[in-house]
Design a protein around this ligand. Structure first.
Ligand code: URA
Length: 505
């Protein structure tokens, strides 16, 4: 029996060099005892007695060995598995592949099945890491040019190097370190560095813990609760590092009562249009005329809007709200069920997401003008419920009459279009939201446009991993808007990449 001792934790390059030399010498898999120094530290038995423990030295030049492409991609994943048997298994399959070229297609083969199971486990671990890493800000008062974040995560496998590029792409505009017991990754805006040294839990907590808890309690839908599926998506072993996890038992326990309360609160049919008008006329016999040329005057006018058919079934016009001298205007799609009843924009579930993220970013809603592209709730009655329907292009066109006037009176320095309806209303652009997302564009003279997704979209994403990813992007967009509000207009760069965005109103 020969021992092959890999020096590092046994990455693909190291294993491949060793395997290639062994293969060319036709060394039988069963005669090799694979070890690696980092794993040997915790190995109860150490290297086999009487077997020379020498680091493996690859031959200076060795001819290439060919393998099917699928094997390489499997090997890239399986080499990250924490089971020491990975080296042996990979070599055995590599050895067999020289004779059995289609071996990987034989799913019933025990080696292939084990290889695929290990790959799946690594893939799942990577996915969980992208979903459950929670950054905490540190060194806040130190005056660094970029914000700095630290996260602690406990992966099952050696996946840090594999997943680090995902975080580099996603969180490129901040410095971050992800520490784990299986190595650390760090990004400083220029260099992505990865080490395999085990780190210790820094035991940090910051105000984002509260944000995660607020966000989670808002997106938790008791009516859709499936405990088993939830536990598969968010296994308990990750809970200790997730600030929001402590809410889960309470939310599950209270789910039934919440569903009953939700059903009792469910919106009922709006009163018929003429009844509503009569009620308004009786309640306000004397309308005091607000000053001309003000938002108040416009709001009063909009209360009686009949420019399209949507006014017939909605309870009331939901006009924008916020100060007339706001630097930032947020434009959503249209009021939802709760906004229609309250007569105020963004007070329902999507509004809760927006408010939480805005608050975290330092964007004070009372300094911001918040409105919608369409001012009446469009819905389809289903039983006692009113189900949201997207406004069509004609309805958006009719309602632009109001949005144009709101823009002219408020004159915001920055308009944030949340979702494709707002984008269409503001620009008439045929471009996709995803192509313009997150860019600071020029809308009019001295006026910028930032395009992002609608918060209701975030609430609908079924996959937890993607939801967290998209949520992080949304937070970064809103943080950008908040930062813009604090800065001067000097660094607004004219939009050039997409050329044809022009104010259409
Ligand atoms: N969605 C919107 O676009 N606007 C609201 O006011 C509420 C939900």
């Amino acid at each position: 029996m020969a021992t092959v001792l890999l020096e590092g934790r046994g990455d693909l390059t190291e294993w491949r060099e060793a395997a290639r030399s062994l293969l060319l010498a036709r060394t039988q898999p069963r005669t090799i005892d694979w070890r690696c120094r980092s794993d040997a530290a915790g190995d109860l038995f150490g290297p086999a007695a009487g077997v020379p423990e020498a680091p493996f030295a690859p031959a200076a030049t060795v001819p290439a060995v060919t393998v099917p492409k699928a094997f390489l991609s499997l090997a890239q994943a399986v080499i990250c598995h924490s089971d020491l048997l990975r080296f042996q298994l990979l070599y055995r399959v590599l050895f067999r592949l020289q004779e059995e070229r289609t071996l990987l297609e034989v799913l019933s083969d025990a080696d292939v099945a084990q290889l695929r199971a290990m790959e799946k486990s690594v893939r799942r671990d990577c996915h969980k890491m992208t979903a459950f890493v929670r950054f905490k800000e540190f060194d806040i008062a130190q005056g660094h040019a970029r914000r700095r974040f630290l996260a602690w995560f406990e992966p099952d496998h050696h996946i840090v190097a594999r997943v680090a590029p995902f975080f580099q792409r996603r969180f490129t505009d901040m410095d971050w370190i992800i520490a784990t017991p299986k190595g650390t990754a760090a990004w400083d805006g220029e260099v992505l560095s990865v080490s395999t040294e085990p780190a210790e839990n820094p035991m940090l907590s910051d105000s984002t813990d509260l944000l995660w808890r607020t966000y989670f309690s808002h997106i938790f839908n008791p009516a859709r609760l499936k405990v088993k599926m939830m536990m598969t998506e968010m296994p308990k072993k990750y809970w200790k590092n997730l600030p929001e996890a402590e809410l889960i038992p309470g939310l599950i326990a209270g789910a039934e009562a919440s569903v009953i309360a939700m059903a009792e609160r469910a919106a009922s049919e709006a009163p018929l249009f003429h009844q509503r008008l009569q009620a308004i006329a009786q309640a306000e016999p004397e309308i005091v005329q607000p000053p001309a040329g003000t938002l108040e005057e416009l709001r009063e006018e909009a209360r009686h809007c009949t420019r399209c058919a949507l006014h017939c079934s909605a309870t009331q016009t939901v006009f924008g709200e916020g100060p007339q001298d706001a630097r930032i205007m947020i434009v959503g799609e249209q009021p939802g069920d709760q906004e229609d009843l309250a007569g105020r924009p963004f007070v329902g579930p999507a509004g809760a997401v927006f408010n939480t993220v805005a608050q975290e970013a330092g964007l004070d809603r009372k300094d911001t003008y918040v409105t919608n592209a369409v001012k009446h709730f469009k819905y389809e009655p289903r039983g006692k419920r009113r189900i949201h329907q997207k406004p069509n292009a004609g309805e958006v066109q009719h309602c632009k009459w109001w949005l144009t006037r709101e823009l002219a009176l408020v004159k915001p320095k920055l308009v944030v279009a949340m979702g494709s309806t707002a984008l269409m209303a503001l620009t008439d652009s045929r471009q996709r939201l995803s192509d313009l997302r997150g860019e600071m564009l020029q809308l009019g003279a001295g006026q910028s446009l930032l395009v992002t997704v609608h918060p209701a979209y975030l609430l609908r994403i079924p996959d937890e991993g993607r939801k967290h990813e998209e949520m992080a992007r949304f937070r970064s967009d809103i943080a950008r808007a908040a930062a813009f509000g604090r800065r001067t207009m000097a660094d607004v760069r004219p939009h050039s990449a997409t050329g044809d965005i022009r104010p259409s109103i």
